[in-house]
Design a protein around this ligand. Structure first.
Ligand code: PLP
Length: 405
């Protein structure tokens, strides 16, 4: 199948960044060891570059100890490593006032959001207050907030959960409806930065404008950290939560960044036990690697590949692409699609399509993607791209999909 290449399909970015990308791809041992396979599931978890594997090996063979407890050199070095990693997260997030923010390490976004919901949100809310919950987002960004409502209700504090409207046509939250539903009792809004199914950049600036300056915004950045430049300097969010393992660190890592501006200070409750020191070491190394690679270039690369893939898929009648179609066009008024493209075959079940595609060497996600109650009713297949993916992989996938038409 020949697909015409135009600017809107990212061809210039693919040509311009090709050499840079080849050098980075060569740094992923699991990728280079399997040239016959294409890993297209980075939204689930990301592969690790050699620098991260080296940092893990170095930590475990020279330093490994518990943090914040012993006084001997390995223990001291581990304690310092954890503290430096907090600063590294702040620098990575372009934190303009690091002395006024905190970083709490977690096992991932799910635990991070639940920590905010369990240990902080109840202190903000009074009887009759309202919170806004994005019901077509990942379940991890829905369930914790509903649990807070239940928990408060048991104490006689009744809060109202307002579902965040989502517009399939624009691939974005419905900002007009949000502006109408956000009122004086709206204290808290949970949002995602990049949608894990539709791939849209959810335009957090517009969320802040819609809800005004006094409402707390908690950003689920699971699909943006590591994929594009993320700055807490602007937009003005209060919490940013992400998964380290989706940003090239080890599984079981993640963080909550909290600005201490609105509401009570964020202090995760209870005794938290031994931190995941090797995971934290891997996270610091991953953030170093991502900064050196350039998250702006990673974004251009993955957006270009997503555009190439979407454009090719659009020509195949057997498939429906979920989310906004026009968000890839230059100058589009809606937010652009990042490196996530989710689609369905009109006649082949998504699970079966997953098996078929793996028989051709493609690793993709197929099911309902842990989407909340207002999400898609039937399964679909998700292709999620990272810097090691190539235009050749995308073209090969399109060729296979064309044969299934
Ligand atoms: N939020 C979003 C948008 C996600 O895509 C995911 C995972 O896919 C999560 C939260 C949960 O992340 P984790 O499983 O690392 O806790």
């Amino acid at each position: 199948m020949t697909i015409p290449r135009t600017d809107a399909q990212g061809a210039p970015a693919v040509a311009e960044l090709g050499e840079w990308q080849r050098a980075l791809r060569a740094q992923f041992p699991i990728i280079t060891a399997h040239p016959e396979l294409a890993y297209l599931d980075s939204a689930a978890t990301a592969q690790k570059p050699q620098a991260v594997l080296d940092a893990v090996h170095a930590y475990l063979t020279t330093t490994n100890a518990n943090a914040g407890r012993g006084t001997y050199p390995w223990a001291n070095r581990t304690t310092e490593l954890v503290e430096r990693a907090r600063d590294r997260v702040k620098r990575f997030l372009d934190d303009p006032a690091p002395e006024r923010s905190t970083v709490h390490f977690t096992s991932g976004t799910t635990e991070g959001l639940r920590t905010v919901a369990r240990d902080w949100l109840p202190g903000l809310l009074a009887d009759g207050d309202e919170i806004v919950v994005p019901v077509a987002d990942h379940e991890a960004n829905i369930a914790p907030w509903l649990e807070t409502r239940q928990h408060l209700a048991r104490q006689g504090v009744h809060i109202r959960v307002r579902p965040m409207p989502y517009q399939r046509a624009s691939g974005d939250y419905d900002h007009v409806a949000l502006a109408e539903l956000a009122g004086p009792r709206t204290r808290f809004v949970a949002v995602s930065h990049v949608h894990h199914v539709y791939g849209g950049d959810m335009n957090i600036h517009r969320i802040r404008r819609a809800v005004g300056p006094d409402t707390v915004i908690c950003l689920d950045a699971a699909q943006s950290v590591g994929h594009l430049p993320v700055s807490v300097a602007d937009p003005d969010v209060d919490f940013l939560v992400f998964s380290g393992h989706k940003a090239m660190a080890l599984p079981g890592t993640g963080a909550v960044w909290a600005r201490q501006a609105r509401g009570p200070g964020f202090t995760p409750g209870g005794w938290s036990g031994t931190p995941n020191t090797v995971g934290i070491a891997s996270l610091a190394a991953a953030l170093d690697w991502l900064d050196a690679a350039g998250t702006d270039r990673i974004e251009r690369w993955t957006v270009a590949l997503a555009a190439r893939f979407t454009e090719g898929l659009r020509h195949l009648d057997a498939y429906e692409i979920l989310g906004c179609q026009s968000s890839l066009a230059a100058g589009s008024s809606v937010q652009r699609r990042q490196g996530i493209v989710t689609f369905r075959h009109h006649g082949i079940d998504s699970g079966d399509l997953g098996f078929i595609l793996f028989s051709h060497g493609f690793m993709i996600r197929s099911d309902q993607h842990c989407q909340g109650s207002a999400g898609e009713r039937t399964g679909s297949v998700r292709v999620s791209l990272h810097v090691h993916n190539t235009a050749e992989e995308v073209d090969r996938l399109l060729t296979v999909l064309a044969t299934l038409g």
